[in-house]
Design a binder for this molecule. Structure first.
Ligand code: SF4
Ligand code: SF4
Length: 62
């Protein structure tokens, strides 16, 4: 499971990186990136994101 970042919407606040309970999100090239091996698809970051830039993606590795 992973989280997709819409770079057109993301304002690079990196709050999502802080709220993820399993630290699956990391900064990469000024945008957050999700590690699918760590993400538990809890949805915390998706709910948190003030820009609505995050979407949970099922069954996708990248
Ligand atoms: S919380 Fe949303 S706007 Fe902030 S860095 Fe994460 S994806 Fe981007
Ligand atoms: S869905 Fe949950 S585990 Fe996955 S990146 Fe977001 S906060 Fe972290």
């Amino acid at each position: 499971m992973t989280v997709k970042v819409d770079r057109g919407k993301c304002i690079s606040c990196f709050g999502c990186v802080s709220v993820c309970p399993v630290m699956a999100l990391k900064e990469k090239e000024r945008f957050p990136e999700c590690d699918p091996d760590k993400c538990t698809s809890c949805g915390t970051c998706v709910k948190f994101c003030p820009a609505g830039a995050l979407t949970l993606v099922k069954g996708e590795k990248k």
